[in-house]
Design a binder for this molecule. Sequence first.
Ligand SMILES: *Cc1c(COP(=O)(O)O)cnc(C)c1O
Length: 354
Amino acid sequence: MSKFWSPFVNELTPYIPGEQPKKDNLIKLNTNENPFAPSPKVIEAIHAATNESLRLYSDPEGQSLKQTIANYYKLKANQVFLGNGSDEVLAHVFHALFKHDNELPILFPDISYSFYPVYCGLYSIHYESIEVDNKFQINVAGYFRANSGIIFPNPNAPTGIVLPLATIRQLLEQNRQSVVVVDEAYIDFGGESAISLIDKYPNLLVVQTFSKSRSLAGLRVGFALGQADLIEALERVKNSFNSYPLDRLALAGAEAAIKDDVYFNNICQQIIENRDILINALESLHFKVLPSMANFLFVTHKQLDASQLATNLRDKGIIVRHFNKPRINQFLRISIGTKQENQSLIAALADIIK
Ligand SMILES: *Cc1c(COP(=O)(O)O)cnc(C)c1O
């Protein structure tokens, strides 16, 4: 606290990201990064863009990347919004679409992405969290009430549980008065995207990221897809905040990533395979594993304290994520690694258990 601060700063509760360790040779299964390298074509494109043109600003509209994403998902370029990571996209969503002058709260699950309440704090948005059921499933009927907006990840984080498209459609049928945001950070690992519903529902916004399925967490590129009218609201806020959220290298790399569909499908498929193998191995060690359609697993063990287990794993050079929060403090979130990393994890756990 300081007399120099704007007063509202005292009231903020910032998000705490998972650790990015300075030490090498840790097995890092704590922030859901992709264990595979980005496509070689992405690296080439970034190399090619690394030249004297860096003295010039990047395209403020990111038009070429927007068009590439639009073509890929069979939309129009004015249905695509770009941001510096999907976290920035989400921040603009809260500001541009969720902040209304009424008493109605926005709604999201109690077990969900912990950045949502942080944005509510930043922009003074009233929210209510809706409990997931005792199997940690989102119950959409809980959202059939007056609200200023609805947001949830699909698959949900940190549970990994996916909502079928038919259920999302049901929610959209019931909720036409406010924006419904589906945060699809993990959709490419087996879930069904809501993008196909955009044409029919003017209040649907789908948010995706290059950080997870396209192995580009360090490049910081995220995007939103929706009808042009929603996108325009986001552009207005973005252009009141930062004209150039994506730099030249990010624009070039992201475009190459979308264009290398073969590589993308291949690594997503490998993660799905590795997920199945890891689930079996964890279940043989008597872990309970929630059904995951993401690149991580949410697991608990009757005999082992989750926080202690995270510490024991860290001592063995493996980091996973523990959330010290109600309902989930006996769970660990474990990102799916390479086959070798997953084997090391299982070996370490077997050792701790015996
Ligand atoms: C990782 C993640 C994001 C943020 O991704 P960035 O694009 O890296 O900012 C957004 N939502 C959820 C649910 C995530 O897990």
